[in-house]
Design a protein. Structure first.
Ligand SMILES: [Zn+2]
Length: 379
């Protein structure tokens, strides 16, 4: 984490700034806080990769960064079975597309935003030197809008960021140009002892699950060899996982996600992909993958045997890196396990710490029984 992070910078906060070192046991809350707060929209993952590298190094035998920027840690196991754990490190964000003469910034999206919820949020734009400049996504005052216009949501092409500059020259001098990355950035907070919220729980929650799983095997060699992939560019089309899987050639893969929790008013139960407080979600199918039913069955059996609560994620919503992984080379057996998170793909998402802990337990059990799972899923 660098000093330019938004922790406590724009809001009066009561929490402290976390600095997990990677040595010893990593506290979940500090891990989620530092990962969620770190800047890393799709294609601009360098800062979050740096933090993850520091955290994963003490837990694995080997770490490499590939040509695209995927961070891959290898933990040797007793057998040659290659088990890939994947979580994407990118978050949805923005890219500056055009600078107006008067210094306002136009932008396009990196990943799946609902344009209706972007207006009036605070944005952080990263300069060429790595500094974060704060701006506001401006809107016309309601006073001057006609009744008809007030009913209409803003479209992306009408939006702009106001960073307090008065000319394009001034913006240029700050080091902001076409292509500069940005995020809507609110700092991680504990709502209470159980609920936490942060800007990038999709999918820094998955990254944190992998770190906790690796920690469980730190002093105990796993049966399978673990390839932990922290992928780039999931939010713009599963790009990093595709090439990482090609290199890793996994026998078995598990994507860890922060997934759509929609147990909120106005959403009928049949359209709630998952709910908070019911444990990890096991995916059966989404838009990117139909999970091998034997694998779904086995994952459920493991959860039952370990007394871990779980829920099936209601299909067919969403898509994950497992979609790309299972189609790599000659194909790979791949499943998805997720921490349910409300409000993902918005400026703030919320998860329950008990769901997170149960997901770590089930993912750890999955790794422990990797060879057994493979055997039971043979076609
Ligand atoms: Zn995700």
């Amino acid at each position: 984490m660098d000093g330019s992070l938004p922790v406590g910078r724009y809001f009066i906060m009561t929490h402290h700034k976390a600095e997990p070192t990677g040595g010893g046991s990593i506290k979940t809350i500090e891990l989620l806080e530092s990962l969620s707060n770190t800047f890393g929209p799709s294609g601009f993952e360098d800062e979050v990769r740096g933090l993850l590298k520091k955290l994963v190094e003490p837990l694995v035998d080997e770490v490499q960064v590939d040509a695209l920027g995927n961070l891959i840690g290898v933990r040797q196991g007793k057998t040659k079975t290659r088990l890939m754990l994947d979580a994407h490190m990118d978050e949805i964000g923005f890219m500056i597309s055009y600078i107006e003469e008067k210094g306002f910034l136009r932008f396009t999206t990196l990943g799946g935003w609902d344009a209706r919820i972007i207006p009036s949020h605070a944005m952080l734009v990263r300069t060429e030197a790595g500094k974060k400049i704060k701006g506001i996504v401006g809107t016309p005052p309601p006073h001057i809008l006609s009744e008809e216009d007030r009913q209409k949501p803003y479209k992306l092409e009408h939006l702009f960021v106001d960073i307090g500059a008065t000319s394009a020259k001034e913006v240029e001098k700050l080091g902001i140009r076409t292509g500069s990355p940005a995020v809507i950035s609110y700092p991680f907070e504990k709502l209470n002892e159980m609920f936490v919220c942060g800007k990038a729980l999709d999918d820094r929650a998955g990254c944190a699950v992998i770190l906790k799983v690796l920690e469980a095997f730190k002093s105990k060699m796993p049966d399978v060899t673990i390839y932990a992939n922290f992928a780039i560019c999931e939010e713009v089309g599963l790009r990093g996982a595709r090439t990482a899987a090609y290199q890793i050639e996994p026998d078995l893969a598990l994507a860890l996600e922060g997934t759509v929790g929609a147990d909120v008013p106005e959403v009928p139960s049949a359209r709630q992909p998952s709910g908070l407080g019911k444990g990890p979600t096991i995916s059966v199918a989404d838009s990117s993958l139909i999970v091998n039913p034997k694998l779904v069955q086995k994952m459920s059996e493991i959860a039952k045997a370990e007394k871990i609560p779980y829920q099936y994620k209601i299909p067919p919503f969403g898509g994950t890196d497992a979609g790309a992984i299972h189609q790599s080379r000659g194909g790979a057996l791949a499943g998805v396990l997720s921490v349910p998170c409300r409000y993902i793909h918005s400026p703030f998402s919320i998860l329950r710490l008990d769901d997170f802990d149960e997901t770590v337990k089930l993912a750890t059990a999955f790794v422990k029984r990797g060879n057994e799972i493979l055997k039971s899923c043979k076609n």
